[in-house]
Design a protein around this ligand. Structure first.
Ligand code: ARG
Length: 470
């Protein structure tokens, strides 16, 4: 009985506590509190509040003195956050409430005016967009750095011959530089996708308040500009319920991870002793605790592994949003953890990929050996039989098949077959076939635009440098 009496008299401590008799139960705090992850928005939220307060003063909604006090208080809060002096607790739910409550603690009653003409709904959308914008800029830099390290390696390997694969079967000889430049193109598309998403994101929700806007004479164009946005968002309902920017960037991030994962997979394959195309740098490989001969590509495997994690963040938010009516619902707070996790891991993987590519040592001999054993100039023979010996392609294909069959049976590379033997297989074959099966000649012959001939690759390299590194 005593217990219930004391509960009745107790004042609630929440900021929204006016109409609530009791504090939240502990378990409610657990599910409700986002502070442990949204504290990452702290600086952006303080900056947002500074600008909002300035606007309130400019519009004569608060006085000069009130604004100066609020600015002072916010500055102190910023200082406390920077110096790890700011106290976080479950009781205050999220970063927005923390900052407001602390402001009131520091400057008193005036602090209560800061939340005039805004809501946490427009506030969180705005702070989150600002945070994402900064992250996008650093991801764009990381993508560029990775492109740079690929281009640097490519410059060394224009004439290095790699067996190009289809179905992971040796297919045709290609320039290693050409292969590396394929990734430069992929990452370039990733950059343009993010730049595009950034443009669409850069409209300001602030001033939309809870969902319907406000009766105060605010200036949304002023706050939008001061916070680095291009314009205010057009529709207040859309402004507080839109999370397309989260989805777009998570989908872009998933595509980047798929690209990194494919590169990682090649690194895993290439470093396996059966291939031995590359030597992994000590700094990015590990040994085995039991098998002394091992050098494991853990870094590449982890990039491959983390791809699922980033892609699932996209599905996570997509699924969270799909049934939500307009406008804001608390479900939307669930956008942050997967997003933060995805961005952290994406950045980590971009760093690691850059380091890996920079330090990998390519083994041209092993690539050449596999090229020869893989009969990757077979297409050249068939094409040559058509072009120079006037043999229809189907017949040419079958003659080439017989040549390969003979080589395989006798464990020979193509250039170990004598000209007499070639003639025995088909008497129309001349000694010029020896030039055709030569790897270098084969490489040089694929001289169409965007192809692998070193002449083309050199042009592509030059273009890539101006396009992506300037
Ligand atoms: N922490 C909340 C979030 O991240 C902020 C918005 C809360 N709004 C509200 N009406 N309860 O979504």
């Amino acid at each position: 009985m005593n217990k219930s009496k004391s509960k009745k008299n107790k004042q609630t401590s929440s900021i929204w506590g006016g109409r609530f008799k009791n504090d939240s139960s502990e378990i409610m705090k657990n599910i409700n509190a986002s502070i442990w992850f949204d504290k990452r928005l702290a600086y952006h939220d303080v900056f947002l509040s500074k600008v909002h307060s300035k606007m309130l003063y400019k519009q004569k909604i608060i006085t000069f003195k009130e604004n100066s006090n609020i600015q002072k208080g916010l500055k102190q809060i910023e200082h406390e956050i920077k110096n790890d002096k700011f106290k976080f607790s479950d009781d205050l739910e999220d970063i927005h409430m923390h900052i407001e409550a602390r402001l009131i603690e520091i400057i008193g009653q005036i602090g209560k005016k800061l939340h005039t003409a805004r809501s946490r709904n427009d506030q969180v959308a705005t702070s989150f967009k600002m945070w994402i914008r900064d992250e996008l800029d650093s991801i764009l830099d990381l993508l560029k750095n990775l492109q740079k390290s690929l281009i640097l390696q490519a410059e060394f390997h224009v004439n290095t011959i790699l067996p190009g694969f289809t179905h992971l079967q040796p297919a045709q000889p290609i320039s290693l530089a050409h292969h590396l430049l394929a990734y430069v193109e992929m990452l370039g598309r990733d950059r343009t996708r993010l730049e595009d998403a950034r443009k669409r994101l850069n409209k300001c929700p602030l001033g939309s308040a809870a969902l319907a806007g406000t009766s105060f004479p605010i200036d949304r164009f002023y706050t939008a500009k001061a916070l680095g946005f291009d314009y205010p968002m057009e529709n207040s309902i859309d402004a507080v319920s839109d999370r397309d920017f989260v989805l777009e960037i998570l989908s872009d991030a998933s595509i980047i991870m798929v690209h990194l994962s494919r590169l990682a997979e090649e690194i895993v394959i290439w470093s396996s002793p059966g291939f031995n195309f590359i030597k992994l740098p000590d700094s990015f490989s590990t040994g085995s605790s039991i098998m002394p001969q091992k050098r494991n590509p853990d870094a590449a495997e982890l990039i491959r592994g983390k791809t699922g994690r980033v892609a699932s963040a996209f599905y996570n938010v997509l699924t969270m949003l799909k049934g939500l009516p307009l406008a804001y619902s608390k479900d939307m707070q669930e956008d942050k953890e997967p997003f933060f996790d995805a961005i952290d891991n994406l950045k980590l993987c971009l760093y690691v990929s850059e380091g890996l590519i920079k330090e990998i040592i390519f083994n041209a001999n092993s690539m050449k050996k596999m090229s020869e054993l893989g009969y990757i100039t077979a297409t050249d023979i068939a094409d040559w039989l058509v072009q120079k010996c006037d043999i229809p392609f189907r017949d040419a294909h079958s003659i080439t098949g017989r040549i390969i069959k003979y080589a395989e049976k006798n464990n020979l590379t193509l250039n170990e077959i004598s000209i007499d033997k070639f003639k025995e297989i088909d008497k129309r074959i001349t000694k010029n076939i020896l030039k055709v099966i030569n790897l270098k000649n084969s490489l040089e012959s694929r001289n169409s635009y965007g192809a692998t001939a070193p002449v083309q690759v050199k042009k592509a390299l030059k273009k890539a440098k101006t396009k992506w590194l300037k």
